[in-house]
Design a protein around this ligand. Sequence first.
Ligand SMILES: [Zn+2]
Length: 465
Amino acid sequence: MSAERILIRNGTVLTVDRELGQLEGADVLVEDGTIREVGFGIEASDAEVVDASNMIVMPGFVDSHRHLWQALIRHIGSDWTHGQYLTGVHLGLSGDFRAEDTYLGNLLGAIEAIDSGITTLLDWSHNIDSPEQGDAAVQALLDSGMRSVFAHGGGATMWQLPSTVPHSRDVLRLQEQYFSTDDQLLTMALALRGPQFSVPEVALEDWKLIQELGTRVTVHNGDGEWGKNRPVAWMHEHGMLSDKVTHVHCCSLAPDEFQMIADSGGSASVSADVEAQMGLGWPATGKLLDVGVRPSLSVDVCVSNGGDMFNAMKATIGIQRALDNAAEKTPGEQSSVRLSCEDVIEFATIEGARTLGLDHKTGSITPGKDADLILLRCDNAAMTPLNNPAAAVVYSGHPGLVDSVMVRGEFLKRDGRLTRTDFDSVRTRATSARDVLFERALARPSTADARTGGSWIPGIHRVPR
Ligand SMILES: [Zn+2]
């Protein structure tokens, strides 16, 4: 059988590979799902040719932390505080999800991500209260066709805070059933509650579970008021820091805690748009860079914020530049730009891949890596003339520009259309599941006032210190 070869011809290629850089009018040859060659005038007469004239070709985005199940209740909390979010969602609607809702939320969220050019996503899945919900979350990721990390984060019963309920051991069953090898598109991690979310004995018990699983760990640390009780220092004291740990948010960590993350080789995920929206503190991009940690980016919460990486990049660069410009300066000192558009594109691609331990497979257009890449249309007023491709992606990019999305050589979107999933059917099912979910919510005292339309503001939840 001859190899399946696809030649992406004559694009503006942002490889995000520092050796290869940015190439104008270049080709990318994909063979059996792998990037075989990047260069000019590649000869491959037997290959299917994709014309990338007037296109930017770049690695697919990597979202290093998102609660995918929440896609079903998107935007209901866009005018809420963090406390109202905890009340309305974690003490409220999360308890109304059934396995079918988890499946549809995950699939809808994954389709949204793919449609907007995200090829890899860590699903920080913290609404799994039954084995059926675990199966449903995994199945949706498998059905989506994207590269993903299923990070089991337990369910509503584990998120009544501060929790005395240990992490569900069903995660071991899921590992055995679905994750026998790392050589598949779907891999796994553990989404750990930080020590600020449970009593110390439970946090230590959860840590033993991680050692049993042997997976990478992703943990919320430094998220607003919750993050001020030195969660990273606590993890450090208990020997829990390593290069397998991703620290999500980091906004309210103490200076020595940033150094602890750097010293342990840990990674970080910045969700700038949500951090600004929910009052988790200033995004920690600059503080992480100060200690030599280049962060990845994440969408986090679609209950309030949009689900694409263009938003995440714009929020990251805008807020960090504002902080840098506003920083106190010595007399006569000028502002300088330390964060470039290329930096932010690296955060959204290769640093995301590193954060998930997948940089040997994805995150850049490098020969030998899997072909996870996207084509962005530039034949429109916002991108013409294309004077600075990286800046055009960061400052003028949006999901409507995403022409094609390829994961390991398979087109999940082509010529502007999703190819793998029947979106009309998912849309119909998700909308009616949403209707039933809110009917169910009305029957429970804690969510008896829940409604769509934008007028529901849940009662304020008191945050324990
Ligand atoms: Zn989160």
